[in-house]
Design a protein around this ligand. Structure first.
Ligand SMILES: C[S@@+](CC[C@H](N)C(=O)[O-])C[C@H]1O[C@@H](n2cnc3c(N)ncnc32)[C@H](O)[C@@H]1O
Length: 241
């Protein structure tokens, strides 16, 4: 902060933050009930795995898809398809729209495929099972590139996925790569006892994310905007001119 009058996070504690979050959800574009119900069902089926993005993040993506005039989406990290359904809803009236989502774990893939099968909006979603590195190579082999890429998978893989995406030109010239969890509970910026969310595992993940953020920042091909939204969201695009 360089003498900013207001820091980017305005809220004094968790209670106010939650109230603000709910207020934002309620006053933003609506998410259809088939998507929110899918989240509830996913949580029931895979109890220990609350991997899904917050609802406001779905609303953010639905809005972004509109303002960026996105046609093709690649998601790395499908889980049970909650965020993919958000993309599909936002793209449902676009004639050539396509969403490709990658997932390594067969269990959530089954749930995602079942949900997509019964939902007309989801017919534009393609699920590729297996490790994301292999799927990215496969998509490159088909000369595919994407207007929006959402990176939300294993954090240790982020650096390699980022290099692959850039080296193989998989982000379209006007595309945006959106990366989730880049602030890792704030621990990338503050790993002192003042941030009590740090245990051994989360500190190690924070190191990984910190290295990733630095890698992107140092890459001359792109520019990035790191936002204190959700668990930290980076927007990355090709440098212009
Ligand atoms: C945070 S979850 C994705 C949540 C989803 N985007 C949503 O909001 O509904 C991350 C997913 O990435 C998957 N994943 C982990 N490593 C992977 C890999 N090497 N290749 C593909 N998917 C992977 C995990 O199995 C997990 O389901």
């Amino acid at each position: 902060m360089i003498g900013d009058l207001y820091p980017s996070t305005l809220f004094p504690n968790g209670q106010v933050e939650q109230a603000v979050d709910e207020y934002c959800e309620q006053h933003s574009l609506p998410v259809p009930s088939y998507i929110t119900e899918h989240k509830v069902r996913s949580l029931e089926e895979l109890k220990d795995h609350d991997y899904m993005v917050p609802m406001l993040e779905i609303q953010f993506f639905m809005f972004m898809v509109g303002i960026l005039d996105v046609e093709t989406v690649l998601e790395i990290g499908c889980f049970t398809g909650y965020s993919a359904l958000g993309f599909a809803e936002a793209l449902k009236n676009k004639p050539n729209a396509k969403i490709t989502t990658l997932e390594i774990d067969p269990k959530p893939i089954l749930i995602a495929r079942k949900a997509f099968k019964g939902q007309p909006e989801a017919q534009i979603i393609e699920v590729l099972g297996g490790d994301a590195t292999a799927s990215l190579n496969f998509l490159h082999g088909q000369s595919r590139s994407f207007d929006l890429i959402f990176l939300d998978a294993n954090k240790e893989g982020y650096a390699d996925y980022f290099k692959q995406i850039l080296d193989l030109q998989m982000l379209s010239p006007r595309g945006v790569l959106v990366v989730d969890n880049v602030l890792w509970r704030g621990l990338v910026a503050d790993r002192t006892p003042a941030n009590h969310q740090g245990n051994e595992i989360s500190l190690a993940k924070a190191e990984v994310m910190d290295s990733f953020n630095k890698l992107v920042k140092a890459d001359d091909r792109v520019e990035q905007l790191v936002l204190p939204l959700f668990d930290g969201l980076s927007l990355i695009r090709w440098k212009r001119g």
